[in-house]
Structures are given as C-alpha cells and as structure tokens.
Design a protein around this ligand. Structure first.
Ligand SMILES: [Zn+2]
Length: 260
C-alpha cells in the first residue's frame, strides 16, 4: 500500500517536473482518455496529465471506492438504480444528473485534491484525497435523495447536501472520511482566492464548508476540544441534523437501516 502511495507521489512529481517537456510533446501527440464505461471520452493535449488521471482511476478502482459508496448509500437510504462513475470531465467537479439518475465524479477533482495535499506535505495525500472524494460522492447522493424523494428541505440545497454527506459518513465506523475531508477543506480554505466568483459560487467558500463540517469532527469522542461553547453548539446542531435526516428519510430507508 505504502509503495503504491510513494509511486503515486513520484508520478505527481514527475508530472510536475515534466510539465514543460510534455507541453512540447503535446504539440506532436494528443492523448485520449476513455472512461471504463466507454460512454465518455475526454481529449488531453498533455500526455502526462492523461497518465496522472489514468493512475488515479486505477487507485479508485483498487480502493473499490465507487462500489463501496453505492453499497453504503443503498444500505442506508435505498436509491435503487443510481449509478456512480469516476471519469475525466475536463473540469474539477462532480455532478448529479437527475434525468439519468447518475453521479459523475471527475478525475480532475481527485487530481486537484491530491496535488493540494501533496503540496501541503501531507504524508498520506492520496488517502486523504480518496476520503474527500467519498465525501464528494456522499454530497452528490444528497442531491439524489432530495430529488428522488422530493424531500422538503429548506434553505440552500448545497448546504443541505453537505449536511446529508456528513450525516451519511458519520454512520460509518471510523469516520476517517469526515476527518480527512475536514483536513482537505482547511487546506483549500488556506489557499483559496476569495474572488467575487468564488464568493458567489453555489457551494460557498471552502472555509464556510469547513466550518460547518468541522462540527461533525468536534463532537467525535476522541476530539480534544478546548472551546466548550463551540462544542456545545456543535453537539446541538449535529444532534438536530441526525434527527432531521432520520425523520426525512424514514419513509424511504430500507427496513434494516430504519431499525438502527
Ligand atoms: Zn452540490
């Protein structure tokens, strides 16, 4: 496992080091990256970039990330027929398409996560990034449950989707996804250019998302909080979120999950 991560780190480093060289090569050869389901094709002018995305796709496959996300969602909230794919999109993002009931996780998003954590000197840059991608997938599943079950949410759907993601992942055993997504959001917030377009972007600033998500980390039993007032507010808000999502989803949850 460790050697794979080191190898990935080297691949990233090589990709950066070879940037100028590969830009020259790109003038001569284009690279096509074809997704596993062969429905989508993205052309990359930079062969090194295509190699990085291909390596990430392999790591996502190895981690069985898509399968585990789907299995967890199915167990907790149903959603039969939902599909999730990981593929290059030409942009660092993730999407839920209600018409086709399909979630797309863009390889470029995981690439940007991994590059940021690598630049931050994180010793488990890819592991943190894969956990943050699981949170992203859970966020998109939030959009799916809101659309599929016509849930009567109030306020901004992006905030509700983030809260749903935290609620869903909070029910997993080690909660590493929440902790590592918190770590990634902190890094994003520290490096974020607060431009007008960033400030009005639908998901909000990374710092705002991190502040909301951080409550789910603060209330974990092992977390050493020195701010009693913050801890109290986080305990109240996460408990309320637990009750709200459990109530909203109760008519739709598989019987086994609803009994838990
Ligand atoms: Zn969203």
């Amino acid at each position: 496992m460790r050697s794979c991560l080191v190898a990935f780190g080297m691949l990233l480093l090589n990709a950066f080091a070879l940037g100028a060289q590969s830009r020259a090569a790109a003038a001569e050869s284009n690279r096509y990256w074809i997704s596993a389901d062969r429905r989508d094709t993205v052309r990359y002018r930079d062969p090194a970039e295509a190699d990085v995305l291909g390596a990430l796709a392999q790591r996502v496959d190895d981690a069985r990330l898509v399968d585990s996300v789907l299995a967890h969602a199915s167990e907790k909230v149903g959603l039969e027929g939902l599909s999730v794919v990981f593929r290059p999109c030409g942009t660092a993002n993730a999407f839920y398409y209600s018409r086709t009931d399909r979630i797309v996780l863009c390889a470029e998003l995981l690439r940007d996560f991994a590059r940021l954590m690598h630049a931050e000197g994180n010793s488990d840059a890819l592991g943190v990034s894969l956990d943050a991608l699981r949170f992203t997938a859970a966020h998109e599943i939030g959009h799916a449950v809101i659309a599929r079950y016509q849930l009567p949410i109030t306020g901004d759907e992006e905030i509700a989707a983030d809260e749903f993601a935290a609620w869903l992942l909070d029910q997993s055993g080690e909660k590493a996804e929440l902790i590592n997504t918190d770590v990634l959001f902190i890094a994003q917030a520290l490096h974020e250019d607060v431009t007008y377009s960033q400030a009005v972007e639908a998901h909000g600033l990374a710092g705002q998302r991190q502040a909301r998500l951080h409550c789910w980390v603060v209330v974990m039993p092992d977390y050493q909080s020195e701010d009693a007032e913050r801890l109290g507010k986080c305990m109240a808000s996460t408990a309320r979120a637990q009750r709200t999502w459990a109530t909203l989803l109760a008519p739709h949850r598989p019987l086994r999950a609803a009994a838990q």
